[in-house]
Design a binder for this molecule. Structure first.
Ligand code: ATP
Length: 273
């Protein structure tokens, strides 16, 4: 059922500590945390708090995690919805979902509304390339624009959205007063991967010799989500091998397996999605 399209996590327990690397992005969203905590501090001087922040970057690089951490740091509820959820909706439903989302968020303000894969609803209008669902998608997008124009951030609702295709977005979404702030989130470099491994190794019992630095060197091109996946796979493999701690062989096995694309149909161990 599509009855609960958005998740509302009243208690977000993700903080900036859980987000490794991404130092510049964190610095930028720190301001959003402050807006949520002290909106009056900003509006007292006549400034207008930005409504929307767009996180731009490849899949699995921590965009959702970062948005959640903003809510967590501000102690604010986090409403999330994915653009792809709208794709198969019946006519009229998408727009009313957007209305409901904003209504609920206004009641719970200060809070964050997060729209993942915003390109699925935010593609430029009038370029029909969806099979039949285009009018519906446009209605949904129009409703989103209406809602964004209709709320004032003094009330403490801030929108965050994520995409890896900013180039296809309707320019109306990027206008001042809408998603006028963009923050780039890149795939991690060596130092970033090391930091991400450090975060994910914290919850795993590792054997001596398992070092974030070495693992980072073994994983060029990997995004944070891949790193989280490897750590989990390695722990499962070690458990299956009845080990007391996860050693470098287990990480190597997990790495091969993930690079190999988990081709086997009857996998004994599945990744976390
Ligand atoms: P998508 O665009 O595919 O939704 P995303 O950029 O939103 O991806 P997340 O969903 O935030 O990526 O990341 C998935 C998981 O990968 C996180 O829950 C976390 O476990 C891990 N991860 C990703 N990036 C980082 C990071 N910078 N630090 C720590 N963990 C990370």
């Amino acid at each position: 059922s599509k009855a609960t399209l958005f998740d509302q996590n009243s208690k977000v327990n993700v903080t900036f500590q859980d987000v490794a690397g991404l130092d510049e992005a964190k610095e930028e969203v720190m301001e959003v945390v402050d807006f949520l905590k002290n909106p009056k501090k900003y509006t007292a001087l006549g400034g207008k708090i930005p409504k929307g922040v767009l996180l731009v970057g490849p899949p699995g690089t921590g965009k959702t995690l970062l948005a959640k951490a903003v809510a967590g740091e501000a102690g604010a509820p986090f409403f999330s919805i994915s653009g792809s959820d709208f794709v198969e909706m019946f006519v009229g439903v998408g727009a009313s979902r957007v209305r409901d989302l904003f209504k609920q968020a206004r009641e719970k303000a200060p809070c964050i509304i997060f729209i993942d894969e915003i390109d699925a609803i935010g593609r430029a209008r009038g370029r029909g390339n969806m099979q039949g669902g285009n009018d519906e998608r446009e209605n949904t997008l129009n409703q989103l624009l209406v809602e964004m124009d209709g709320f004032s951030t003094d009330k403490g609702v801030i929108l965050m959205a994520a995409t890896n295709r900013p180039d296809v977005l309707d320019s109306a979404l990027l206008r001042p007063g809408r998603f006028d702030r963009q923050i780039g989130i890149d795939r991690p470099d060596l130092k970033g991967r090391k930091a991400i491994f450090s975060v994910h190794l914290k919850t795993i019992k590792t054997a001596p010799g398992v070092e974030p630095e070495e693992l980072a060197e073994m994983t060029p091109g990997f995004a944070g989500a891949d790193i989280a996946n490897i750590c989990n796979e390695a722990a499962l493999v070690a458990a299956r091998r009845n080990k007391q701690a996860v050693d470098i062989d287990d990480f190597n096995y997990a790495l091969d397996r993930i690079i190999g694309g988990l081709e086997k149909k009857n996998k004994l161990i599945s990744p976390d999605e």
